[in-house]
Design a protein around this ligand. Structure first.
Ligand code: FAD
Length: 289
């Protein structure tokens, strides 16, 4: 099933992201976690793609297994830095063969230590979106950044880059994580004002370990509200308390989004079935309302 058809329905949904292992020896553990999350029957799942295509085989295998074993439509992420038309074409053929019909098209982060050409056939995610749409019957999504992508000169340039991606055929957008919903609501205002009408799905990261906050901020540059800092300061050293508080904070964010008219939520599960289950349980009646 195509993600656009899920997003077009008039029901609220929750979906989960998982990431593949870097090493083949870890595949079994990661697969077990991902299948545990798929057993919760979310609306769909997504599987990330390692920097520069390093996890291609694992991404495709994991996405294929989730669909086969739990019948949950799954999005495979795909990045185009350090790739050319021929390697991307080969990845698309493999995805088609594995029954994957949904792709999140990304530029990817520019690697610091790569020897070859970083940009050959693709400079922006919009180039990849166009190529995928020309290559087969895929539903294509993309990424967006409520707090502005670090490569963008300013908020306007960021929205123009996003518009180029949507004009190229991107059918929906998933946001970078954020911990303050007002940032998302302001972003939505700018996006809609620019004439971007595709569904925008907020990406929510439940922080269940104190150390995760530092990593999240380092990776995404997102703002951490005082209220959330206090939770980490108070409970960060107590794993069970922090897990409960992190699930509660993410639940609270999601309820506020749903109450303000958002219909679809993507949760960065960090491959943790108990965290995914905790959030889903907290929302069981809310999603039906
Ligand atoms: P782009 O959309 O190309 O944007 C990058 C910069 O270029 C922005 O400043 C943008 O404004 C500008 N730009 C875009 N198009 C144009 C244009 N046509 N003309 C001029 N400027 C333009 N990384 C991974 O390696 N693997 C993953 O699986 C992965 N999954 C992700 C999932 C989500 C939901 C998000 C939010 C990010 C994910 N990332 C992933 C990280 C992402 O690859 C990086 O943030 C990367 O730096 C940018 O990718 P992008 O697709 O957003 O790039």
């Amino acid at each position: 099933m195509k993600i656009r058809d899920i997003l077009n329905k008039d029901t609220a949904t929750i979906s989960f992201e998982v990431f593949p292992p870097k090493k083949s020896t870890d595949f079994g553990n990661v697969e077990a976690a991902a299948l545990g999350i798929a057993a919760l029957q979310p609306a769909y799942m997504s599987v990330t793609y390692g920097a520069g295509g390093s996890t291609k085989g694992h991404t495709i295998a994991l996405a294929g297994e989730i669909q086969k074993q739990h019948n949950v439509p799954t999005v495979a992420h795909l990045t185009c830095v350090c790739a050319d038309r021929s390697s991307i074409g080969a990845a698309l053929t493999e995805m088609q063969a594995a029954g994957i019909e949904n792709i999140l098209a990304l530029r990817g982060d520019i690697p610091k230590d790569f020897d070859g050409e970083v940009f050959t056939d693709f400079t922006h995610a919009s180039d990849l979106v166009r190529f995928i749409k020309e290559s087969g019957d895929f539903c294509v999504g993309g990424a967006c950044y409520p707090e502005v992508h670090p490569d963008s000169a300013n908020k306007n340039a960021d929205i123009q880059g996003l518009k180029a991606k949507v004009d190229a055929g991107c059918e929906y957008l998933t946001t970078q994580m954020f911990f303050d919903n007002n940032i998302f609501f302001n972003f939505m205002y700018r996006v809609r004002e620019a004439g971007i009408t595709v569904p925008i799905i907020p990406g929510i990261m439940p922080i269940t370990r104190g150390v995760q906050v530092k990593n999240a901020v380092k990776l995404s540059g997102c703002n951490v509200p005082e209220r959330f800092k206090n939770i980490v300061d108070r409970f960060g050293d107590n794993p069970e308390a922090m897990k409960q508080a992190g699930i509660a904070y993410a639940t609270d964010q999601i309820i506020d989004l749903l109450a303000n008219g958002v219909k679809h939520i993507h949760v960065y599960s960090m491959n943790k079935p108990d965290v995914a289950a905790g959030i889903q349980r907290n929302l069981s009646e809310i999603l039906k309302a």
